[in-house]
Design a protein around this ligand. Structure first.
Ligand code: FMN
Length: 413
């Protein structure tokens, strides 16, 4: 049997060599310590992914500002106070020849109202998810100096990630978070140099990439996660994505990972608000194919991959890396098992509730429950009750939100 191209090494533009083409895509773990740092649970979790055979592990989003969080137990990296914890996290992941990139992010307006902290955006456009919109507050438009502060924060976190021994960073420009809010004409109504034309809307992303590249070594990988589209009428679309990828040429970007969607249109879970259909497997392959044809920057795509044959199909379209998230929460050893059993299929939980938002939250809760199991050296569990798991998740989030508000928000006053 000829070995699948999935298991061939890949040399990044920065010179680092990944042992194979399978990437554990970012999944926010919500497993940080009370100091918002990585502890034993995150080390165990990443050890299990490294042992499972993926060539590259991308962390769940690490926040560049402790006052702007996607969840109450998110990891924050703002200074050197806990750098040793980050060094230990990187080391734990770098076993079995796996490499680790830190995904760095700012949520912008996608901050839960109950969590508190800052809710900012290019403009004051509130999130619209119908009857659940009150989960979020209307964001404050960023001032020019606040935009410069955000850029400096991304650069600083990337520099610290390198210092902690990570192999690279991935700048999160997708899924409706702050950088995607700048890119989308639906959320960016500015008429200064940070809004209007696509060039202006992409300025913050470009400035961050330039700043990071300037501050890190040439062999440190710098990647970007970008939406292939927002999947909302009048939003950021594939033509925009193609142009943004073209703008990244010459900036020393190692990989662009293509995904899609936001809290308003969760295309990354395979469901869109504008009713456009995605591929049944490898949701964004048509978009990735189109961009990969023209891009000198290596392209990766993530979404809906559970089978080796699908991963191979993705790579047959000039896409260099294939990301898996949910399937690796159920089976972290899927890559190694594919070597022996190529027909083995990974699984992604499905919850078909009438309330699609709650259904999506239940899927996330099931995945996160399994991440917690893995982080305690337990095997992942199939067949978890969606309603029960969602309740457990909400109870846990409530408890951790209280912890975050007490320790992080109140201490600042
Ligand atoms: C629990 C959970 C947390 C996630 N957190 C992140 C994140 O922090 N950053 C990110 O870019 N994507 C995040 N994602 C999206 C995944 O990276 C991926 O794009 C999406 O799950 C589709 O891939 P899959 O079908 O292989 O799961 C998350 C997904 C899940 C299920």
């Amino acid at each position: 049997m000829t070995q699948s191209s999935v298991f061939s090494p890949f040399t990044l533009p920065c010179g680092r060599v990944l042992k194979n083409r399978i990437v554990k895509a970012a999944m926010e773990e919500n497993l940080a310590t009370a100091e918002q740092t990585p502890g034993a649970q995150l080390r165990t979790l990443y050890q299990s992914w490294a042992q499972g055979g993926a060539g590259l592990l991308i962390t769940g989003n690490v926040m560049v500002d402790r006052l702007a969080m996607t969840g109450p137990a998110g990891v924050v990296l703002e200074n050197e106070a806990h750098l040793n914890d980050f060094k230990r996290w990187a080391k734990a992941a770098q076993t079995h020849d796996a490499q680790i990139w830190m995904q760095i992010n700012h949520p912008g307006r996608q901050v839960f109202a109950k969590l508190g902290g800052k809710s900012v955006s290019p403009s004051d456009v509130a999130i619209d998810i119908g009857k659940h919109s009150a989960l979020f507050v209307r964001p404050k438009p960023l001032t020019e100096s606040e935009i410069l502060d955000v850029i400096a924060r991304f650069v600083n976190t990337a520099k610290l990630a390198e210092k902690a021994g990570f192999d690279g960073v991935q700048i999160h420009g997708a899924h409706g978070y702050l950088l995607a809010q700048f890119l989308s004409p639906l959320t960016n109504k500015r008429n200064d140099k940070w809004g209007g034309t696509l060039e202006n809307r992409a300025r913050i992303l470009i400035e961050i990439i330039k700043g990071v590249r300037e501050q890190v070594g040439p062999s440190f990988a710098v990647a970007v996660k970008l939406n292939s589209a927002d999947f909302q009428r009048g939003g950021f679309d594939i033509d925009d994505a193609e142009q943004v990828v073209a703008m990244l040429h010459g900036l020393g970007v190692d990989v662009v990972e293509l995904s899609g969607g936001s809290y308003e249109s969760p295309a990354m879970q395979g469901r869109t608000a504008d009713q456009r259909t995605l591929a049944r497997e490898a949701y964004f392959i048509d978009f990735a194919k189109r961009i990969a044809e023209k891009s000198a920057i290596p392209i990766m795509t993530t979404g809906g991959v559970t089978r080796l044959a699908t991963a191979e199909m993705v790579l047959s379209h000039q896409v260099e890396l294939v990301g898996l998230a949910r399937a690796l929460a159920f089976n972290p050893s899927l890559p190694n098992q594919w070597l022996k059993t190529p027909a083995l299929e990974g699984s992604i939980p499905q919850v078909h509730w009438k309330d699609k938002t709650m259904g999506a939250l239940a899927v996330m809760a099931i995945i996160k429950r399994n991440l917690r199991r893995l982080s305690r050296n337990k095997v992942p569990a199939g067949g978890l009750s969606p309603i029960w798991t969602l309740l457990i998740d909400q109870f846990r989030t409530h408890r951790l939100t209280k912890r975050y508000r007490k320790r992080i928000l109140l201490e600042k006053r």
